[in-house]
Design a binder for this molecule. Structure first.
Ligand code: GLC
Length: 611
């Protein structure tokens, strides 16, 4: 990244010698103001100071300075006497309304045994339902849960990255046997399960440090060649450089310019907002989100995705590879992963934004967009047996005003695999909808986040879970969980991926199985009242994941082979497992990453329903 004053800024700041990044920054701002003759008046917008041949951008407001005292005085409050009750004692709405004041103390998780905690959690109706997948793979090995949990915590802690003495994130992977490439960086999306694990374990400090660090990186001026990126773009990843001789740390960040194909991470900003809400929900501490810098960071992210353009849809137009699938995989256009994350981030921002200081206008725009987005996705992305039949019989060349086939999708473009694969019971949000193009592939993150954010209606959510049960072998197989289904093969693989040798069929992003996705499946299972789905998936994982060295992904139609180029000790595989275990043990954790349906947003479903 051609960051003007980027890592050099860190050098300058280190000489200030203060503990807090923000105090360093603020003091440096003052020093630089003196140097460059800037006055303190009217500094509500960004500033630019020249130091030597370096340009440094500042986004702090002198009228609205960082409330350091408030920030530093925020104490991690002790547990308010909330005892752990199992799911059968708590209603789901109680779980979802997890009180903002409830704070958890650190716990000895090594004692947790989720399979036992879950006994009692399954309702009779759910039990009757679960027969559909009994013939599926079962774990073969005897398993020692406590050893796996403690080993996971140990590995997670080993991945911690420190910046000037404070933990600020976790490395993507700590595989001693492989060339680290960029896996020795802190990825924003990868940190989410780590952050949730720490929050659930009553250790919120690292999450706060991470959020502040990412926020500060957002304020860098970002260039690729001669082009300047939008102010709100959050980094895909960052790296701390330790200089042992000078005894201080600097930082570099990647906003997409180093990534394969130079695509900016659209998901990073959304995950940042989602994690900020999780922090607030978990700690009951609003002071971090209320800081003017956090409010501003959120507004900048929202500015990027709520601005007017040539759009005819409320969905967000994206380049290929802009999210977890960060290589060319034919997800350009309006990928469901981004739309679900966009929706969830908007709902989280609605909860976090303060109406004053420009927030009110954003709140109004958010409400309008949420309404339009939920209608669009619930209506046009939904696919079940009946809707597939409708599309199969579509006429083409209709004008949109009166058209049934709004996007002029040609029925011949429906892929053959889908006709047999679509169960009679269940449904899902397809991968992408745009003019004359429906990507019918299944994508796990998009569908799970749709459930967690209540983008899907309750009926759609349970239909998605039905589909997972009905198609267990294909989506879960021996290792949860397929990132997408099915794989692209032969000529289609050549054209769509550009002959990508890492994304060959049933590998990596192309139909590979990613253990990290377990935490989202677990959360969705609990939210829909079907925790036995998560329990089955966890059992499969426990049979292999630790034994295999916590790989990043698995290959093969059934996920039976450790991925060809998979890193071992992949942090989000480890953290995803821990988060799943903790959520099953105490389902009230779900409130951190789940939102209840907003009844105001209920659209009339004009399409078929599978229920
Ligand atoms: C791979 C994944 C990406 C992840 C990164 C670090 O590139 O596709 O989603 O963030 O590895 O683990």
């Amino acid at each position: 990244m051609a960051v003007t004053g980027g890592s050099e800024l860190s050098d300058d700041l280190s000489s200030v010698g203060l503990e807090s990044d923000f105090s360093e920054l603020r003091d440096s701002v003052s020093a630089l103001r003196l140097e460059s003759g800037l006055q303190h008046a009217d500094t509500s917008s960004e500033r630019r100071s020249e130091v030597g041949n370096r340009t440094i951008e500042f986004h702090h407001s002198a009228k609205d300075p960082i409330d350091l005292v408030k920030l530093m005085d925020v104490k991690h409050r002790q547990a308010g006497g909330e005892t752990h009750r199992s799911l059968d004692e708590k209603s789901f709405s109680e779980i979802m309304n997890f009180p903002e004041t409830a704070v958890r103390p650190p716990r000895a998780l090594e004692t947790v045994k989720s399979s036992e905690c879950l006994e009692g959690m399954v309702s009779p109706g759910i039990r009757a339902n679960s027969s559909s997948s009994t013939s599926q793979p079962r774990p073969q090995t005897t398993f020692e849960p406590n050893a796996m949990i403690s080993s996971a915590w140990e590995a997670l802690r080993k991945s911690l990255v420190h910046f000037r003495g404070k933990p600020v994130g976790t490395l993507a992977a700590c595989d001693p046997t492989e060339d680290s490439l960029n896996y020795n960086q802190v990825f924003v999306r990868d940190f989410v399960p780590s952050g949730l694990a720490f929050l659930m374990n009553g250790e919120p400090e690292i999450v706060k440090n991470f959020l502040l660090k990412a926020l500060r990186l957002q304020s860098w001026e970002k260039h690729i060649d001669c082009f300047t990126l939008g102010e709100g773009v959050m980094p895909a990843s960052f790296k701390v450089l330790h200089d042992p001789s000078r005894k201080f740390d600097t930082m570099i960040a990647d906003f997409g310019e180093s990534a394969i194909g130079r695509v900016a991470p659209v998901d990073s900003g959304f995950w940042w907002i989602i994690l900020l809400r999780a922090y607030v929900k978990s700690t009951g501490d609003h002071s971090l989100a209320d800081m003017s810098d956090c409010q501003r960071g959120m507004r900048l992210i929202l500015t990027l995705c709520l601005s007017d353009g040539f759009d005819t849809f409320p969905t967000l137009l994206c380049a290929d590879g802009c999210c977890m699938i960060d290589r060319r995989m034919g997800i350009y256009g309006y990928p469901i992963e981004i739309q679900s994350l966009f929706f969830m981030a908007l709902r989280c921002a609605r909860f976090l934004l303060r109406p004053e200081a420009g927030g009110k206008e954003f709140l109004e725009r958010i409400d309008k967009r949420l309404h339009a987005l939920s209608f669009h996705i619930r209506t046009y992305y939904w696919l079940d047996h009946q809707q597939l039949n409708n599309i199969y019989r579509y006429k083409t060349e209709e004008y949109s005003q009166t058209a049934v086939n709004k996007f002029n999708v040609i029925p011949d473009s429906i892929p053959d695999w889908l006709f047999d694969w679509m169960p009679m019971k269940g449904g899902y949000f397809i991968g992408n909808v745009s003019p004359a193009r429906m990507d019918f592939r299944w994508f796990t993150i998009g569908n799970c986040v749709a459930i967690l954010s209540s983008l899907s209606t309750p009926d759609q959510s349970s239909a998605i879970m039905d589909l997972i049960e009905e198609r267990w072998e294909e989506l879960v197989g021996f290792m949860p969980l397929k990132v997408c289904y099915p794989a692209l093969e032969s000529r289609e693989w050549q054209i769509t991926t550009g002959c990508d040798p890492k994304n060959t069929r049933w590998s990596y992003h192309n139909g590979g199985s990613w253990p990290v996705l377990l935490w989202m499946l677990t959360a969705a299972s609990i939210k829909t009242g079907r925790p036995q789905i998560a329990r089955k998936a966890i059992e499969l994982m426990e049979a292999r994941l630790m034994k295999d060295g916590w790989p990043e992904y698995y290959d093969g139609k059934l996920g039976r082979y450790i991925g060809k180029q998979a890193r071992k000790f992949q942090t989000w595989s480890i953290a995803g497992y821990l988060v799943s275990k903790m959520m099953l043990e105490d389902p009230s954790h779900l409130g951190m990453i789940s939102l209840e349906e907003d009844r105001k947003m209920k659209p009339s479903l004009t399409r078929s329903v599978s229920f």
